[in-house]
Design a protein around this ligand. Sequence first.
Ligand SMILES: [Zn+2]
Length: 261
Amino acid sequence: MSSKNYIKFLGTAGSRWVVSKQTRASGGVYLQLSGKKVHLDPGPGALVRCAQAEPPIDPSFLDGIILTHSHIDHCCDVNIMIDAMTGGGFNKGGVLFAPRACLEGESRVVLSYLRPFLDEIVTIEPSQSYRLGDLGITTSIPHDHGIDTFGVTFDTDGRKVSFLVDTRYFPELPAAYAHADVLVVYVTFHDEPPHPKILHLCVNDVKEIVRIAKPKKVVMTHFGISMLEADPPKVAARLTDELGVSVIAAEDGMVVPIDST
Ligand SMILES: [Zn+2]
């Protein structure tokens, strides 16, 4: 990998049907930013996708794991990733960032015996800033997703890389992700979701977000069936024309360089 700072998609699946059939992989995103190695939302298959990546990603070198929320397509492999990051507790270290609902209460997802293997567990709150060495990590306002859910913006050498994860659209959303150098948007539906209880974004929401937030580059991911049927690269090309901003569709294994040049 020639680029110092980059993100790599270990999965781009975004609905239970796409995840359960593994039409797209669901391993989350690996980030190498400001000298830190981070795994964001290790969904089903995260560890396998690390081992099968080209070149392979060794989780024992991870500095941190971030969960945005406790839905299974985002956190399924968090325990095995903690185990792999810490050598089964023989090489303690690393930081876990997660909302309270992932750590406490009935819906907690992190096994108790693994927690002492970590250097630190940070309970993330909305609109707060954290650090992992030189890497800045800022959470978004709460998303409308039925459970504690926060997007994340990374500040890496003065560049902003935002992950606008699962949520229903709401008017305050775009401003919370303003002026990203790279905005990764989780677009599960092509058209409006068929029921108001489905708390995910569609393509029209992306248009509204991009017009207001004015990112320099947009990457769509987390695709459901309707997005895959619409062919994400074609949707991205149409959005690029319409919005005048570079929009690309993530593929499994795709690397996006985040460089200052
Ligand atoms: Zn979700």
